[in-house]
Write a protein that binds this ligand. Structure first.
Ligand code: NAP
Length: 316
């Protein structure tokens, strides 16, 4: 018997036919609303909101297999109440996202976009000892807000650049501290003492807006802010103000509060490097994410436990 499943149409080229064995797939494109019907599984992108209404309209649903490690596009409480499992894709995107975080750290510290713009403008007049001076990484401090998989992977790349590491987290990470010399500090200490602050906590009621006018005001003058986690961690109006005032040195962003819309003041703000949410965008990683989401569906539909549940399945 084949199971009726809804799968994001954008994943079609990333999946092998064998992975879809036994599934009767209905492909749904991003812009299409989530349909009503008797599908038993859905594999949505992070751009699809799976709230109470969507879940109610799929009364036979057994699993939402989100194609992302973050799952703030799913009303997890509503899903759990309806007995619907929710899974994500942890681990497979850690290195790709950590690498992209470093691309933003280097791009902001060394003013890459300004340099590219200068060359393309035809106004570059040649080498000058004081042109586009940036932040020397060696001897400065990287502050990680959140030291889970991606935060630690970013931190593990830092000693090669001679950076000291601070991190703020709910729980201590002794292995990470031992391997990298990182020190755990409260958020206030992280903001006061870091030359680069990089965000790696998930979006949640506790973390939404955690970077706001007050916390930005605690950062060192000229510090860099990097966000490859979720846009709503940052109050974008306050960030734009801080950049306009020259308080913050630069911002490197991959994510935004209202994607794909970008706050107009951020678009116009000086010293910002803005990327279109490409943290996990490598061929290998995107295939692994699609494969992991489908493997979760196959596992649950064959009566086994989900591979990567975001909350413990009932009875376990
Ligand atoms: P993870 O392993 O779960 O790490 C998240 C960490 O945040 C956990 O260690 C957790 O702390 C910590 N945390 C949660 N709430 C906190 C709080 N209030 N204060 C301090 N720390 C807190 O997740 P991950 O795999 O590293 O992914 C992190 C996030 O990156 C995802 O949620 C997703 O939004 C984002 N992401 C973005 C992209 C992109 O394309 N730009 C790609 C992948 C992921 P404890 O360990 O103490 O519980």
């Amino acid at each position: 018997m084949s199971h009726r499943v809804l799968v994001a149409a954008e994943l079609r080229n990333l999946l092998e036919p064998a992975e879809l064995a036994g599934l009767d797939v209905t492909w749904i494109a991003s812009g299409e609303p989530t349909p009503r019907g008797d599908w038993v599984a859905i594999v949505p992108l992070l751009t699809r909101w799976m709230g109470g209404t969507e879940l109610k309209n799929l009364p036979k649903l057994r699993i939402v297999a989100n194609v992302a490690v973050g799952y703030n596009n799913v009303d997890v409480v509503a899903a759990e109440m309806r007995g619907v499992l929710v899974t994500n894709t942890p681990g497979v995107l850690t290195d790709a996202t950590a690498d992209l975080t470093w691309a933003l750290i280097l791009a902001t510290a060394r003013r890459l976009v300004e340099g590219v713009d200068l060359v393309r403008s035809g106004k570059w007049t040649g080498w000058h000892p004081e042109q586009l001076l940036g932040l020397e990484l060696r001897g400065h401090t990287l502050g990680l807000l959140g030291a889970g998989r991606i935060g630690q992977a970013v931190g593990r790349r830092a000693p090669a650049f001679g950076l000291r590491i601070l991190y703020a987290a709910r729980t201590a990470k002794p292995d990470f501290e031992r391997d990298t010399g990182a020190t755990r500090v409260p958020l206030s200490g992280l903001l006061n003492d870091s030359d680069i602050v990089s965000l790696h906590v998930p979006s949640s009621p506790e973390t939404k807006g955690i970077i706001n006018a007050k916390t930005l005001g605690r950062m060192k003058p000229g510090a860099l802010l990097i966000n490859t986690s979720r846009g709503d961690l940052v109050r974008e109006e306050a960030l734009a103000q801080s950049l306009e005032d020259g308080q913050l040195g630069a911002a490197g962003l991959d994510v935004y509060a209202e994607e794909p819309a970008i706050h107009p003041r951020l678009l116009a703000a000086p010293r910002t490097v803005l990327l279109p949410h490409i943290g996990s965008a490598t061929e290998e990683t995107r295939r692994k994410m699609a494969t992991m989401a489908i493997a979760n569906v196959q596992s649950v539909l064959s009566g086994k436990l989900p591979l990567t549940p975001v909350y413990p399945p009932p009875g376990t």
